[in-house]
Write a protein that binds this ligand. Structure first.
Ligand SMILES: Cc1ncc(COP(=O)(O)O)c(C=O)c1O
Length: 392
């Protein structure tokens, strides 16, 4: 891959595989080798690859119009919005369309500043919100932040999952709290059940905006359309992207009407947000998620996979955690070798931090495929364990 190696910016850690095709839970490389994809492009291919409803919607749209700026009305956008209105998080009334997860977070940051007229934001230790300058300011890991300092001022971090520590990070300058209902990049961390409700209460008492970043946890991944629904709360703003376009880039920032209406025309816009092609794909994706029973399957298969890993007799696993098909296997050692071993054996898995093997399989995964994933990953764990013991 001459140009990817020599011409493209060298900012991705690359696996030694060239993927050329995908269908459902599977992808194939340039040699024809098949993989079960439990990475899904870091959570994008939640419906499986090339879902027929999405492909069909894109194909039909390509025959009509590809681009239509937000300064014109468009029928594909209208249809997509009508579908988004059906799944919008309770408590939100309006949406701003964009293209990536980080862009949804940038939108949320601007909304918070505009509405509250305050600059202070509290984000969470181990949180991840993207790598553009605003989103990066709310992202915890110093390896991402430090080369780009100074970032947004007035951002403080509170320990995740400990509501009692949140108040200490809030001052008169604070306007908003940003939190992931389940931390994805930070290690698949599921907070204590009461945590988000307590954060909600603190935000209400202090007049702060509660922003939920569901870029990774949203759109059915955890066994409910939105992960926060497991915890019985309503956000003021919610960020969604990754899987929402069925594989096409789209971002949606949902907000309470009074918050969204604080933006005047021209104060926030983009060229591609709400483009007909992404909108058509998103319409197909929402139809699939609502009509194919996939969210229920996420809950069922998630339990199955967690149970199988929980039964493994090894001291090397610290914990198996997650909700639905957002699963982390926390190991007692660094896991890159496990990822490469599983890849070799035909299963794509992700990292989450240094010690967590992350599984984000498509919601279409069958029990038979889930069992194969378990067999391959547990085998890979054993192989790496043996190598480590032999080398020690
Ligand atoms: C919770 C969360 N927010 C934001 C982002 C940034 O999304 P993107 O990479 O599309 O900018 C991610 C990406 O992993 C994420 O997991």
């Amino acid at each position: 891959m001459k140009y990817e190696d020599e011409f493209m910016a060298d900012t991705f850690w690359k696996r030694p595989v060239t993927l050329v095709r995908g269908k459902g839970t599977k992808v194939w490389d340039s040699t024809g080798k098949e993989y079960i994809d439990c990475g899904c492009g870091y959570g994008v291919a939640l419906l499986g690859h090339c879902h027929p409803r999405v492909v069909d919607a894109i194909r039909r749209q390509t025959e009509k119009i590809l681009t239509c700026h937000g300064s014109f009305y468009n029928d594909a956008r209208e249809e997509c919005l009508s579908k988004l209105a059906k799944i919008k998080p309770e408590g939100t009334d309006k949406v701003f369309l964009s293209n990536t997860g980080a862009e949804t977070v940038e939108t949320a940051i601007k909304l918070c500043r505009k509405y509250t007229k305050k600059r202070g934001i509290v984000a969470m230790v181990n949180g991840y919100h993207g790598k553009t300058m605003g989103a990066l300011s709310l992202t915890w890991a110093s390896k991402y932040r430090e080369p780009f300092m100074p970032l947004l001022s007035d951002v403080k971090f509170a320990p995740y999952g400990k509501a009692e520590k949140l108040e200490g990070a809030i001052d008169d300058n604070t306007g908003a709290v940003f939190v992931e209902p389940i931390q994805g990049e930070g290690g698949i961390n599921v907070p204590p059940h009461d945590y988000l409700r307590q954060v909600r209460e603190i935000c209400d008492n202090k007049g702060l905006i509660m922003v939920l970043d569901e870029v990774q946890s949203g759109f059915g991944r955890t066994g409910k359309i939105w992960a926060h629904q497991h915890f019985g709360i309503k956000p003021d703003i919610l960020c969604s992207s990754k899987a929402l376009g069925g594989g096409m880039p789209i971002g949606a920032t949902f907000a309470r009407a009074d918050i969204m209406d604080s933006l005047r025309r021209g104060e926030h816009s983009n060229t591609f947000g709400g483009n007909p092609l992404a909108c058509a794909a998103c319409t197909g994706a929402i139809d699939a998620i609502l009509e194919d029973g996939l969210v229920e399957n996420a809950a069922k298969m998630g339990e199955f996979i967690k149970k199988r890993f929980g039964e493994l007799d090894t001291k090397m696993i610290r914990e198996v955690r997650g909700l639905g098909l957002m699963i982390g296997i926390d190991m007692r050692f660094e896991i890159m070798d496990i990822i490469l071993e599983a890849l070799e054996k035909g299963v794509i898995v992700l990292e989450s931090g240094k010690t967590v093997v992350r599984l984000l399989p498509p919601l279409t995964i069958t029990e038979q495929e889930a069992e194969k994933v378990f067999q391959v990953v547990s085998d890979s764990i054993r192989t790496v364990e043996k190598k480590r013991t032999a080398g020690a």
